[in-house]
Design a protein around this ligand. Structure first.
Ligand SMILES: NC(=O)c1ccc[n+]([C@@H]2O[C@H](COP(=O)([O-])OP(=O)(O)OC[C@H]3O[C@@H](n4cnc5c(N)ncnc54)[C@H](OP(=O)(O)O)[C@@H]3O)[C@@H](O)[C@H]2O)c1
Length: 472
C-alpha cells in the first residue's frame, strides 16, 4: 500500500539523520539503500518509528503516496545520476526528486533539464549542518521551480533549524541556484575555518598553552565572534587524548583534507572575475598543508626570523580578535559578492538578506554575525559590497589598526597568515582610489599595444603610445 509521505535513498550518515528528522515531524518515511543490509539495520535500530524499509527501488517507489517525494542522499557525482536513471522508469508524471547531496550546481542544472524532459519535477537542495544538523534541523538551500518548492515547503520547513521562529530554509531560486549557494556557503566555511586556525597559530607561536587558547575561544564565543565554529574550536582545544593525556589537537597531523566544494568556489569566482582572495587563501592553505613531506624538508632549507613576540598576552588576544573579526567581514563580503554576481548573471532573483538569514541556524557557519548581514541587506537590498554597510564600515574602521598590527607581527615573525593578509589586501585595494594599474596598462600597451584610457580624457577613449624600442 502506498502510505509513505516521503522517501529517502542513501542511508549513510546524512540520509539516516534526515530520515529520523522527517519522521520526528509526523511524516511516514520510506527508505532504500543500495546495500540493503544497511536498510535492515537502520529500521531495526529504530523500532516504533514510522519507517518503511524497502529492499528494491520498485518496492520503495510503490510505498510512496503520489506525487512521490523522493530525496536522494548518495555520494555526489556519478552515483546521483545512476540512482536517477534507475528511478525514471518507475516514476509517474509530476513525481518529485530532490537531490540533497553536495552536487555541483552545473550537474543540478543538467539534471533539472533532463528530468523536466521526462515529465518529472526536480529540486537541487544544498543541506548544511553535518550529522547533527541533519538530525535536529539543518539549513536547507533548495533550488528549482517555485511551484515544486511549494509542494515541498511543508516538509522542508518542518525539518529545518529554526531561528527566532523562522525556519532556516527558503526557496533560493530556480535551477541550480540552491546548490550554487550551498557551494559558496562551503567556500565561506573554508574562509572562517582558516581564519580561526591563523588566530590559533599566532597564539601558539606567542607561547599560549592549549588550555589558554581554549579559554580565549570560549570567551570569544560570548561576543561579536559568537559562532558554531568558534564554539567547536574552544571545545576541540579542551579535548584531551585519554592515552598520553595531552590535548588531542596537538597530536593531530597538520594535513588538511577537502572534498572539492572550496575548489569549485574558486573556479567559479575566476570564471566570473570576482575576487574571493580570503576564500582562495583558505583553500590554498589546505593544499599547502597537505604537502607535509615537502614542508618538513623545506623547513631545514628555507630560513625565517626567530619568533619573538613581546606583546602582552591580553593585548595580543584583543588584537587577534580584531584581526579575525575584520578578516571575517571581508571573507563574507567576497562570498556574497560572488553570489550577487552569479545571481545577476543567471537572473536567479537571489535575496542576499534572506540567504544570510537561513545560515543563522543549522549550518556550520551559523553565527550571531549573520543577523547583522541580514539587517544590512534588509535595509539596503542594493548594497554593492557588505563592507559599505554602516555597521560593518564602522567595525572595519574600529578594528583596522589591530588588524594591521597582527598582519605585521605575523609577517615579522615568519608566521603564515595567508587569509588574514589576503583580507587586509582586499580591504586596502577595494578602498584605494588609485591603484598601480596605470603602470600595468602602460606595460600592456608597451609589449602588446593593448591601449589605455587617460585620466585627462573622457572614459571609453583609448590611446596608444609609441614606446621606445628595447635593446637587450
Ligand atoms: N557528511 C556530511 O557531513 C555532509 C554534510 C552535508 C552534505 N553532505 C552530502 O550529502 C551526501 C551524502 O553524504 P553522506 O556523508 O551521508 O554519504 P556519502 O559517504 O557521501 O555516500 C554514501 C551513500 O551513497 C550511496 N552510494 C554510493 N554510490 C552509490 C551508487 N552508485 N548507487 C547508489 N547508492 C550509492 C551509498 O550506498 P551503499 O551503502 O550501498 O554504499 C551510501 O548510502 C553527499 O553528497 C555529501 O557530500 C554530507
Amino acid at each position: 500500500m502506498s502510505q509513505a509521505d516521503f522517501g529517502l535513498i542513501g542511508l549513510a550518515v546524512m540520509g539516516q539523520n534526515l530520515v529520523l528528522n522527517v519522521e520526528s515531524r509526523g511524516f511516514t518515511v520510506s527508505v532504500y539503500n543500495r546495500t540493503t543490509a544497511t536498510t535492515d539495520e537502520f529500521v531495526a535500530k529504530h523500532p516504533g518509528k514510522n519507517l518503511i524499509g524497502t529492499q528494491s527501488l520498485e518496492e520503495f517507489v510503490g510505498s510512496l503516496k503520489r506525487p512521490r517525494k523522493i530525496q536522494i542522499m548518495v555520494k555526489a557525482g556519478g552515483p546521483v545520476d545512476a540512482v536517477i536513471e534507475q528511478l525514471i522508469p518507475l516514476l509517474d508524471q509530476d513525481d518529485i526528486i530532490i537531490d540533497g547531496g553536495n552536487s555541483l550546481y552545473t550537474d543540478t542544472e543538467r539534471r533539472d533539464a533532463w528530468l523536466a524532459g521526462q515529465g518529472l519535477r526536480f529540486i537541487g537542495a544544498g543541506v548544511s549542518g553535518g550529522e547533527e544538523g541533519a538530525r535536529k534541523g539543518p539549513s536547507i538551500m533548495p533550488g528549482g521551480p517555485a511551484s515544486t518548492w511549494e509542494v515541498m515547503k511543508p516538509i522542508f520547513e518542518s525539518i529545518a533549524a529554526k531561528v527566532d521562529g523562522e525556519p532556516c530554509v527558503i526557496h533560493i531560486g530556480p535551477g541550480g541556484a540552491g546548490h550554487y549557494v550551498k557551494m559558496i556557503h562551503n567556500g565561506i566555511e573554508y574562509g572562517d575555518m582558516q581564519l580561526i586556525c591563523e588566530a590559533y597559530n599566532i597564539f601558539k607561536h606567542a607561547g599560549f598553552t592549549t588550555e589558554e587558547m581554549a579559554a580565549i575561544f570560549n570567551e570569544w564565543n560570548e561576543g561579536d565572534l559568537q559562532s558554531y565554529l568558534i564554539q567547536i574550536t574552544g571545545k576541540a582545544l579542551e579535548q584531551k587524548d585519554p592515552e598520553p593525556g595531552q590535548p588531542i589537537v596537538e597530536l593531530i597531523v597538520d594535513k588538511a583534507g577537502q572534498k572539492g566544494t572550496g575548489q569549485w568556489t574558486l573556479l567559479n569566482a575566476a570564471e566570473n572575475a570576482v575576487v574571493i582572495s580570503t576564500i582562495n587563501a583558505a583553500v590554498e592553505a589546505r593544499i599547502l598543508s597537505s604537502q607535509k613531506a615537502q614542508r618538513v624538508a623545506a623547513s631545514q632549507e628555507l630560513h625565517g626570523p626567530t619568533v619573538a613576540i613581546s606583546t602582552a598576552k591580553a593585548e595580543l588576544v584583543k588584537k587577534v580578535h580584531d584581526a579575525l573579526y575584520a578578516s571575517k567581514i571581508v571573507s563574507y563580503a567576497q562570498g556574497l559578492d560572488l553570489i550577487k554576481t552569479m545571481g545577476e548573471k543567471k537572473s536567479w532573483g537571489l535575496d542576499l538578506g534572506r540567504i544570510a538569514s537561513i545560515w543563522r541556524g543549522g549550518c556550520i557557519i551559523r553565527a550571531r554575525f549573520l543577523n547583522r548581514i541580514t539587517d544590512a541587506y534588509r535595509s539596503n537590498p542594493a548594497l554593492v559590497n557588505l563592507m559599505l554597510d554602516p555597521f560593518f564600515k564602522k567595525v572595519l574602521s574600529d578594528t583596522q589598526q589591530n588588524w594591521r598590527e597582527v598582519v605585521a607581527l605575523a609577517s615579522l615573525n615568519g608566521i603564515p597568515v595567508p587569509a588574514f593578509s589576503a583580507s587586509l589586501g582586499y580591504y586596502d585595494s577595494y578602498r584605494a582610489e588609485r591603484l598601480p594599474a596605470n603602470l600595468l596598462q602602460a606595460q600592456r600597451d608597451f609589449f602588446g599595444a593593448h591601449t589605455y584610457e587617460r585620466l585627462d580624457k573622457p572614459a571609453g577613449e583609448f590611446f596608444h603610445t609609441d614606446w621606445p624600442e628595447v635593446i637587450e
